[in-house]
Design a protein around this ligand. Structure first.
Ligand SMILES: Nc1ncnc2c1ncn2[C@@H]1O[C@H](COP(=O)(O)OP(=O)(O)OP(=O)(O)O)[C@@H](O)[C@H]1O
Ligand SMILES: [Mg+2]
Length: 361
């Protein structure tokens, strides 16, 4: 099954790792958990098991953050993963749900149009009209199902959800019950139920979380990678994985190019060069790690299909330009200033400078 879909769920893609961890795991598991908190952290951060099974690191970042996140869920408090775009909030939440519940699919995608029925339940109207309200006519939403089964539900982009709908989560999180007045019953959450929500720093003010709801969550802020080396490692790892699933040959000599893309992103993000000597302007976009991953993956496809299989400057230049220049006027100025004042001055970046100049026309 995992061979034939474009993107298997985490619990499918890493089924062998999860099974090996469960077998090796002799620590206490909270009720309904597939693994102990220790093994969940190990699943996220990677390592080698006594039987030799290699657990690939999913998240590259501070261990403590992952421990706090897992401990939060073990205490039946809900978890809010907060951070700027592309800091792996969605990724971490999927893997946590996969490791804890063996199921990462109970997801509510938060948008301005998310209604209460998406979070709680809806109705199969044909049945409702034919038979009247009954449990058979009820279509449980992801949170409902997570409560009934003692699993982790995920709410993506919580701050985009309208405030009154957010409020419906308050009862669920504090009382651990979900009333179904039409049927005169209450769904009571089974042990193992919890919620992982993600929210984006940049969306602040769209729908600020009410303080009542915020209090129900323990917040963990996922940071941008500390250093160029860390970020290069994240990008290289993900690009390798994505390249394999897209059947792209992974070029060996790509690391230098990846480092260059990451350096450009970090310098533009920070507003100064890595050596701290030159100030540069920042473009309007976010230039996240996630975008660096797609720039490099795109370049890899160009290199594999239209080049000689080696990732070269002109393979990444177009994607880079697209990522940086979101606003066609202001960002173009920022980009060409960066090209002329920084890129041009670097001796070993001459071919990259040329590739970018060609595109600028
Ligand atoms: N520290 C990290 N460790 C591992 N992977 C990372 C890290 N940072 C980013 N990534 C990768 O970046 C990609 C995008 O991450 P994800 O979509 O989870 O970001 P997000 O924080 O949810 O962003 P958004 O706010 O836009 O929803 C994932 O493929 C993930 O592997
Ligand atoms: Mg996300």
């Amino acid at each position: 099954m995992t061979e034939t879909v474009l993107r298997p769920f985490a619990e499918q893609a890493y089924a062998h790792e999860l099974a090996a961890l469960a077998a090796a795991d002799d620590r206490e598991r909270p009720p309904s958990w597939r693994l102990s908190p220790w093994a969940v952290v190990r699943y996220l951060l990677g390592g080698t098991l006594p039987d030799g099974t290699a657990i690939t690191p999913k998240y590259l970042g501070p261990r403590r953050l992952v421990e706090v996140a897992v401990a939060t869920l073990a205490t039946d408090r809900a978890l809010l993963l907060l951070g700027v775009p592309g800091t792996a909030k969605t990724w971490v939440s999927e893997h946590l749900a996969a490791a804890i519940s063996g199921d990462s699919t109970l997801v509510v995608q938060g948008t301005a149009g998310t209604g209460e029925e998406t979070i709680r339940y809806g109705w199969n109207y044909a049945r409702l009209i034919a038979e009247g309200p009954s449990e058979k006519a009820l279509v449980p939403g992801p949170v409902y199902r997570a409560m009934a089964d003692g699993k982790v539900a995920r709410v993506e982009e919580l701050t985009r959800v309208p405030a009154d709908v957010q409020d419906s989560l308050i009862t669920i999180l504090s009382e651990k019950t979900l009333p179904v007045p039409e049927l005169g019953l209450h769904v009571q959450a089974r042990p193992g139920f919890s919620v992982i929500a993600t929210a984006n720093d940049r969306d602040k003010g769209v729908n600020e979380l009410s303080s009542a709801l915020r209090r129900r969550f323990n917040t963990v802020v996922l940071p941008l990678p500390d250093s160029v080396d860390d970020e290069v490692a994240i990008v290289a790892r993900r690009v390798g994985e994505l390249g394999r699933s897209l059947a792209l040959p992974v070029p060996d000599a790509g690391l230098a190019e990846i480092r260059r893309v990451v350096t450009v992103f970090r310098e533009l993000r920070a507003g100064r060069t890595e050596d701290g000597r030159t100030a540069v302007k920042s473009p309007s976009g976010t230039l996240s790690t996630a975008e660096a991953i797609s720039v490099v993956t795109g370049g890899l496809a160009l290199a594999a299909h239209f080049g000689d299989g080696v990732l070269r400057p002109h393979d990444v230049a177009a994607g880079l330009l697209g990522a940086v220049v979101k606003d066609p006027v202001a960002d173009r100025v920022v980009w060409s200033e960066y090209l002329e004042t920084v890129v041009r001055e670097r001796d070993d970046w001459a071919d990259f400078y040329r590739a970018c100049r060609e595109l600028a026309g």
